[in-house]
Design a protein around this ligand. Structure first.
Ligand code: NCD
Length: 338
C-alpha cells in the first residue's frame, strides 16, 4: 500500500484497493468539516500552490477549497500565458521554484505526463489535477467514492456492479482513470457506449479484461443503459485535431428524462464529471433530469472536496490530527444540516 506522506499522487497506477479504502476512510472523516459543522486548523500556515495551465472551474476551486477547509492557504496561477512557462521555462525549473514557496502542489496541464515531469523537480507532494488526455486520478477517486455511496442506497456494492460509460471514451481522461481504479474490484460488467472513432483505448481495455471483468462495446445508447451506474461524458472538443472533426460527434448521445425512462433501470444512477455541455446542439445530460433523485452529478462535486481533503491530509501526514485542531463554526451555514 502507498505510504502517502510526502508522496506525489500522479496516477491511479499508484493505488491498490487498500490505498483506495484508506483514502475513502479519511474522506468520510472530512464530511463534518466540508459541511461546516466544525472547523479544523490542522494545516494552518501551510501553503498550496494551485497551478492550472488548462481551463477548469470545479477541480481548481475544489482543490483550493479542500486545502482551505483544512486551515491552509492557497496561491494560484491560471493559464499558460500568464505563467513563466510562456517564456520558455521548463516544468522542472518551475517546480524547483514553486516548491520553495509551497507545502503541496495541485496541477493541471494540457500535455500527457507533464505533471509527472513537473514532479521530478518538486520537493513537496504534487497532485495531478489532469494531464491532457492521460489521467485524472482525483476525479476517479471522487467518482468511485460517489459510486460506492450511491450504490449503498440500493444495498449494492462496487463488486458485481454494472457500469455503462458513455460518450468520448477516447479522449476522456476521467473514464480512463476510473476504469483503471475499477480493476481493483471484482466482477464488474462494463458497457462501453461510444461513437465509432471515440472508443476506449486498447491499453485500458486490456487492463480491464485482465482484471477478469466483462466488457461489452457498443455504438448506440438504445438498449444499452440498463446499468447500475450510467456515466456520461463530454465530447473533449479541445483534444481533437480540428473543430470540424469534433463537430461530427456533437450531440450524438443526449440523455434526457425520456431516454432515462426508456433505457435505464428505475435505480440507474446518472453521473458525469462535469462540465456538462448544455449548448442546445450538444446537451448531453438534459436539464429535465435536474429533479431526478438518481442524478448524482452535484453529489460527485461534494465528494470531490472530501476526497481532495483526504489526499492533502494523507500526503502531509496529518490524517490523524484533524480533530485535535478542531474549532467551532460561529457563522450561519446553510450547509450544516445538508
Ligand atoms: C473533466 C476533465 O477536466 O477532464 N472535468 C473535471 O475535471 N471535472 C471532464 C471534462 O472536462 O469533460
Amino acid at each position: 500500500m502507498l505510504n502517502f506522506q510526502g508522496e506525489h499522487i500522479l496516477s491511479v497506477n499508484q493505488l491498490n484497493r487498500d490505498s483506495i479504502e484508506a483514502i475513502f476512510s479519511v474522506a468520510k472523516k472530512m464530511e463534518p468539516y466540508a459541511k461546516k459543522q466544525k472547523r479544523t486548523k490542522v494545516l494552518e500556515g501551510a501553503v498550496l500552490a494551485n497551478l492550472f495551465f488548462e481551463p477548469s472551474t470545479r477541480t481548481r476551486v475544489s482543490f483550493g477549497t479542500a486545502f482551505n477547509l483544512l486551515g491552509g492557504l492557497v496561491r494560484e496561477t491560471t493559464g499558460m500565458q500568464s505563467s513563466a512557462l510562456a517564456k520558455g521555462e521548463s516544468l522542472y525549473d518551475t517546480a524547483r521554484v514553486i516548491s520553495s514557496y509551497a507545502d503541496a502542489v495541485a496541477m493541471r496541464h494540457p500535455d500527457a505526463h507533464s505533471v509527472a515531469e513537473f514532479a521530478t523537480g518538486s520537493t513537496v507532494p504534487v497532485i495531478n489535477g489532469g494531464d491532457g488526455p492521460n489521467e485524472h486520478p482525483t476525479q476517479a477517486l471522487l467518482d468511485l467514492l460517489t459510486i460506492e455511496k450511491e450504490l449503498s442506497r440500493f444495498e449494492r456494492k462496487i463488486d458485481g456492479m454494472h457500469i455503462a460509460l458513455v460518450g468520448d471514451l477516447k479522449y476522456g481522461r476521467t473514464v480512463h482513470s476510473l476504469s483503471k481504479l475499477l480493476c481493483h474490484y471484482k466482477d464488474v460488467k462494463f458497457t462501453l457506449v461510444s461513437p465509432d472513432g471515440l472508443e476506449m483505448p486498447d491499453y485500458i481495455l486490456d487492463a480491464v479484461t485482465n482484471s477478469g471483468h466483462q466488457i461489452e462495446l457498443v455504438n448506440q445508447m438504445e438498449g444499452n443503459l440498463a446499468a447500475d451506474i450510467v456515466y456520461q461524458t463530454r465530447i473533449q472538443e479541445e483534444r481533437f485535431p480540428s473543430q470540424e472533426e469534433a463537430n461530427k460527434y456533437r450531440g450524438g448521445f443526449k440523455i434526457s428524462q425520456a431516454i432515462y425512462d426508456a433505457h435505464c433501470k428505475p435505480s440507474s444512477v446518472l453521473m458525469h464529471p462535469l462540465p456538462r455541455d448544455s449548448r442546445g446542439d450538444a446537451n448531453e445530460l438534459d436539464n429535465d433530469l435536474n429533479h431526478n433523485d438518481n442524478l448524482a452529478i452535484f453529489r460527485q462535486v461534494q465528494n470531490g472536496v472530501i476526497a481532495r481533503m483526504a489526499l492533502f491530509a494523507l500526503t502531509l501526514g496529518v490524517e490523524n490530527l484533524v480533530d485535535k485542531y478542531e474549532t467551532e463554526v460561529p457563522w450561519y451555514s446553510a450547509k450544516k444540516n445538508s
